[in-house]
Design a protein around this ligand. Structure first.
Ligand SMILES: O=C(O)c1cc(=O)cc(C(=O)O)o1
Length: 473
């Protein structure tokens, strides 16, 4: 098994290895033997099963895998994951996870200090979306604690606010909370994708005028598509003025907190009541590793505790405040902290700062290369994070007058090139439309193994694949 895993890691770093062996689902199903037999398979078959599984996995650690925000394969983090699996324990009580519980407390304390909180609380959760849900649930509990027992009966018409470019998990949280997505009010963004504080205040005042009860505002630090940072301080001023809970979704852009050069992008973050920060994004920790931090200690426990007597006995022989399970919305909880703690110790905070600065510098290199290359056009010319969004125009489109027909044809370019990319397996870059903007590539720079040569390769590959594209008029 060791050889199988090491071979996969080596392949992941080898640029001559395809990022993926793409198969359509029905074809792949034929190549995978997924049946669960009555009789046990022998060891050779089990090892073959492992080889066959990895054979069709996407090498997300490959230096030219730019498709997702989470990318790369940090060896120390992977080793941490291996130890975590070997320890195979559950985070819900101190009694069976004494080391990891203390480690989680220490790591979350460090993260809160970096945010600027004096003390407070936090938890590692299964992803940024769940972190954001924790914040919404805590906010409602803060203002309406009776909901825990009586539900939403008698509660006024609660409304939440977030930018139109924020993560869809805020919308989903409104649905799960039970207020419905109609009561999540989307706030306009400016030309760079940043929330308009003026529009936020207008919409809060309008909601109050309609007899609704604003209670929660999400500010995004690093939007998913364009990497925009909302104006946190201005939003905090509005939240103070109208007594609203301010959450900062820094799932992706939270990495800037570690860089003295880029931290200004999250100025005001310490004014938030809660912050989502996902080390499995910009800190390169293997999936999953996502934290939600709270300024106020005790609120999580108050909001979520159910005092299950078979787990959270209050007469244990140790300080039961170290049991974490009752402050979560889960029961069993995976140990996500060890790989972060180990990787952080292996780099040091200053080492992480250097790593994050390098990613920003590489993204700036990409911006400069796009500006210099014919046929490429930036969607946003000064990205705030390491998302670089651009269109590629095949020569057949360049001569066309800028009109609706050209936009319709341009809309097809990225999907066509992406399909060829995936079949070739040489590079992977995401694409999407945004508002009235037709499909554009979203290049995420977030793999410490990527170099300027990989950036150049990606641009040249898009040009190689896209240049021949033509559409009959
Ligand atoms: O955790 C991630 O890597 C992640 C989470 C998203 O919501 C969206 C994306 C993405 O668009 O790449 O990545």
């Amino acid at each position: 098994m060791h050889d199988i895993l090491v071979e996969y890691v080596e392949e992941s770093y080898d640029r001559s290895t395809k990022i993926l062996e793409f198969n359509h689902p029905h074809d792949l199903r034929e190549k995978l033997h997924l049946e669960l037999p009555d009789k046990a398979e022998n060891l050779d078959q089990i090892l073959n099963d492992c080889r066959n599984t990895l054979k069709y996995c996407v090498h997300t650690g490959h230096p030219r895998f730019f498709n997702q925000i989470s990318q790369g394969l940090d060896i120390v983090s992977m080793a941490g994951e291996w130890l975590t699996a070997t320890a195979n324990t559950n985070m819900f009580t101190y009694e069976i996870a004494p080391v990891f519980v203390l480690m989680e407390r220490a790591t979350l304390k460090k993260m809160r200090e970096i945010v600027g909180y004096k003390d407070g609380d936090g938890i590692f959760a299964p992803g940024g979306a769940v972190c954001n849900l924790y914040a919404v649930l805590a906010a409602r509990h803060k203002f309406f604690p009776a909901c825990k027992r009586r539900g939403m009966f008698g509660v006024p018409n609660l409304v939440m606010f977030t930018s139109e470019q924020s993560h869809f998990s805020i919308k989903r949280a409104a649905s799960i909370l039970g207020i419905g997505t109609d009561n999540l009010i989307l706030v306009e963004t400016d030309a760079r994708g940043k929330m308009s504080a003026d529009d936020l205040e207008n919409k809060v005042q309008q909601a109050i005028g309609r007899g609704e009860k604003p209670f929660f505002v999400n500010a995004t630090a690093g939007t998913t598509v364009v990497g925009a940072y909302d104006p946190i301080n201005k939003i905090a001023d509005i939240c103070s003025k109208y007594n609203l809970w301010m959450h900062v979704d820094a799932a992706w852009g939270g990495g800037a907190l570690l860089s003295r050069k880029h931290r200004h992008k999250v100025d005001g973050v310490s004014r938030a009541d809660s912050v989502t920060w996902n080390p499995h994004k910009m800190m390169g920790i293997t999936l999953q590793c996502a934290a939600v931090l709270f300024k106020e200690d005790g609120l999580l426990e108050d909001c979520n505790s159910m005092r299950a007597p078979y787990l959270f006995q209050q007469d244990k022989h140790y300080d039961v405040s170290f049991d974490t399970g009752d402050k979560t919305i889960q029961c069993g909880r995976h140990v996500d902290v060890f790989k972060l703690w180990l990787t952080w110790r292996s780099k040091g905070t200053r080492g992480y700062e250097a790593q994050i600065n390098k990613l920003f510098d590489l993204a700036q290199y990409l911006v400069d290369r796009i500006k210099a290359k014919e046929g490429f056009e930036l969607v946003y010319d000064k990205p705030e994070l390491t998302n670089v969004c651009f269109w590629y125009y095949p020569p057949s489109l360049r001569e066309m007058e800028n009109c609706q027909e050209k936009q319709l044809k341009l809309h097809k370019v990225a999907p066509e090139i992406k399909a060829m990319m995936m079949n070739k397996g040489t590079v992977m870059v995401g694409y999407q439309p945004l508002g009235s903007k037709v499909n554009f590539f979203r290049m995420i720079v977030n793999n410490t193994a990527s170099t300027k040569a990989d950036i150049d390769f990606m641009l040249d590959e898009i040009e190689r694949l896209g240049k021949p594209l033509t559409w009959d008029a």
